[in-house]
Design a protein around this ligand. Structure first.
Ligand SMILES: C[S@@+](CC[C@H](N)C(=O)[O-])C[C@H]1O[C@@H](n2cnc3c(N)ncnc32)[C@H](O)[C@@H]1O
Length: 629
């Protein structure tokens, strides 16, 4: 997998770019060979050893190996001409004491440096103030330069009259950095940098790398950004950046971190850049459903139907539901092949599976689930005399809930909408049963108008309801070791389950009020003003990203498409702009519940979008129409 990803990264890199790949002792040898294959052996510049931890922390008492203190950072360039800015570390006191013992009249420390050379060149053979060099030795500078040094007070004379150059300590950049980095300390538990992201790296590490291999205005990318250290440092150093991550927690942590960086730069009167958070989930689904271009209309339809069935099976598998058999899919052709022990249930025209006595239906893959679909679900449930159903979807139409749930309840149906998480594409997470389908949450946001100014509005976050349930409380309590505790979600509450040394289990409710669920909320006061436009390769039905996505046909060549092979297309969605936001940080747990006043320039009707991100990193949005003026 990393092979394809590195090829993709190589093809995206500028010819003067370079790449740093950080890994631990388990994978470092394999990664080196892959990098050599992708970039070429001759592009290997350094194997950097970073002492990432302090002594003894990795060597257990009685352990049968040496403590593992370092990680490896492989440094490769894209071509033989790459950006390089030599970085330095300050001299050690020992080095200074040994080499900078001399002081001039004003007390400045200096080192007397050699002014002679073994080879002649120009005006370098002359007598200087009565001092003649031995045969075969020459001055390193012309007489004119020596005279200049003399005027500047740069010459120091030994007792024999030999001039030497005064190299001042305060003018020296320090020691050129070598490939053994022992001076970048790991993040301490006390540092203000710490964000609670397990694998967070110190900013000093990224600062060294970014400064050495890029210049201001260059573009820095980290495709495994985690808590966003690379992006934060790049922004502070005036570089442009792209950061991506598979995990929503990483994206959310990065978003908050970058907003804080922007705020700090703004407060210091320094420039900063706006940034966009994009979700590639939709493109990933499109790519998954993409069928070969050479098929005829009918074949295409059949291939698409087959792909959709496979996709639904994948989702049901991740949801741990028993699938209903559907015409045309043999167990062997399902994504899990014949190894899937769950035999399909009997056939059903509408529902796709069953779980714990509830029917399960998967919504359309490429469209949000809307009112019509939910109404059909209710009708089909009633036809079968079923009263409990789960509706799984990637997206639900905004404003659908909670009204439609009440409607279902009124008709005797317990309908539970569940969000299909992007992790269903992660085979390993599916196989490990780690994919969580979260329940839908609802936002209540109220516009507040000012009495006097008809052009202004504020938004109050009035409620956020979450019905997350893992259904695991009892089993977790039973398996918990004595003296341990675990946090679990049940019936919309976050519980801390603890077992004391005597085996007594206690449950503490951590989320006492609805605001405890909210980690971040943001408002866009004119949501429909910015259409999401993407560039797609001309003539393709789906998208230009197809073929370049991980898991797709690996690109072994550079991106060669000329610019005019792309066209711009509106995706049908809008770009959410964080015009106002409030969020919790480790340092400050406070959350504002009413926005600052927003003033519109023109009278009219506007759609305000309110986005809430909960403590699990799940994203919910609602639209609030307002009329001003
Ligand atoms: C070691 S962490 C990076 C930590 C980061 N340097 C920091 O300072 O916070 C690796 C990150 O890679 C992400 N990741 C793993 N596989 C990925 C993939 N295939 N694509 C994108 N991100 C991935 C993980 O979610 C994790 O956040």
């Amino acid at each position: 997998m990393i092979y394809e990803r590195l090829i993709l990264m190589r093809d995206l890199m500028h010819s003067d770019g370079s790449i740093y790949v950080h890994c631990d002792w388990r994978v470092t040898s394999a990664i080196r060979y892959i990098l050599e294959e992708v970039f070429g052996k001759e592009r290997l510049l350094n194997e950097i050893v970073w002492k990432r931890t302090v002594a003894h922390s990795d060597s257990k008492q009685g352990g049968a190996s040496y403590g593992r203190l370092h990680d490896t950072i492989w440094f490769f360039s894209r071509s033989d001409s790459y950006t390089w800015n030599q970085q330095h570390t300050p001299y050690s006191q020992n080095y200074i004491d040994e080499n900078y013992r001399m002081r001039d009249e004003s007390g400045r420390a200096f080192q007397p440096d050699n002014l002679t050379a073994a080879k002649p060149g120009g005006d370098t053979s002359y007598e200087w103030k009565g001092y003649r060099l031995k045969p075969g030795r020459y001055w390193a500078y012309s007489r004119a330069n020596m005279e200049k040094f003399e005027r500047e007070g740069r010459l120091y004379y030994t007792s024999s009259g030999l001039p030497r150059y005064k190299r001042y300590l305060d003018e020296m950049p320090g020691l050129a950095i070598q490939d053994m980095w022992t001076d970048v300390a790991p993040l301490s538990s006390q540092t203000h940098e710490r964000l609670g992201y397990a694998t967070q790296k110190p900013e000093a590490l990224l600062e060294r790398i970014i400064k050495a291999s890029s210049n201001e205005g260059d573009l820095v990318a980290d495709f495994f950004c985690g808590s966003g250290t690379t992006a934060a440092v790049a922004e502070k150093l005036g570089r442009k950046w792209i950061a991506t991550d598979l995990g929503k927690f990483g994206i959310h942590t990065t978003r908050k971190r970058l907003i804080q960086v922007q705020r700090a730069l703004k407060a210091g009167g320094q420039p900063f850049r706006a940034f966009e958070v994009l979700n590639l989930g939709r493109y990933e689904r499109q790519a998954y459903l993409n069928v070969g271009g050479r098929l005829s209309g009918k074949q295409k339809e059949q291939a698409l139907a087959q792909k959709e069935r496979e996709f639904r099976d994948l989702i049901l598998h991740a949801y741990k539901a028993e699938p209903y058999g559907s015409a045309g899919v043999s167990p062997a052709s399902s994504p899990h092949g014949g190894q899937d022990a769950r035999a399909p249930l009997s056939h059903d025209e509408f529902f796709h599976g069953k779980l714990n006595g509830r029917l399960v239906v998967v919504g359309p893959i490429n469209l949000p689930v809307g009112r019509l679909f939910v109404e059909e679900v209710i009708t089909e449930c009633r036809k079968r005399g079923a009263s409990r159903v789960d509706v799984l979807a990637f997206e639900f139409e905004m404003g659908l809930f909670p009204a439609v749930l009440e409607e279902a309840k009124g008709k005797g149906i317990d309908l539970v909408p569940k969000q299909i998480p992007p992790e269903v594409f992660d085979k390993r997470a599916v196989e490990k049963g780690q994919v969580v389908f979260f329940d839908i949450s609802f936002i209540e946001a109220i516009p507040r108008y000012a009495q006097k100014d008809k052009f202004t509005v504020q938004i109050e976050l009035a409620d956020f309801s979450v019905y997350y349930t893992q259904g695991l409380v009892d089993s977790i309590a039973a398996e918990l070791k004595e003296g341990k505790s675990e946090v679990v979600c049940e019936s919309g509450k976050l519980l801390k389950i603890s077992k004391d040394k005597q085996g007594v289990v206690t449950r503490d409710v951590l989320t006492k009020q609805w605001t405890d669920w909210v980690d971040y909320w943001a408002v866009d006061f004119n949501y429909e003003s910015r259409k999401e436009i993407i560039k797609v390769s001309r003539g393709t039905g789906l998208s230009g990203v197809q073929g370049f996505l991980p898991g797709q046909e690996p690109s072994q060549r550079e991106l060669e498409l000329p610019a005019d092979d792309f066209e711009e297309r509106w995706t049908g969605a809008y770009i959410f702009e964080n015009e106002w936001q409030s969020f919790r940080t480790r340092q400050s747990r406070d959350l504002e519940l009413t926005t600052a006043t927003h003033t519109y320039a023109k009278a009219g009707r506007y759609i305000i979008a309110v986005k809430v991100i909960d403590i699990f990193g799940n994203d919910t949005m609602t639209l609030v129409p307002v009329t001003v003026g």
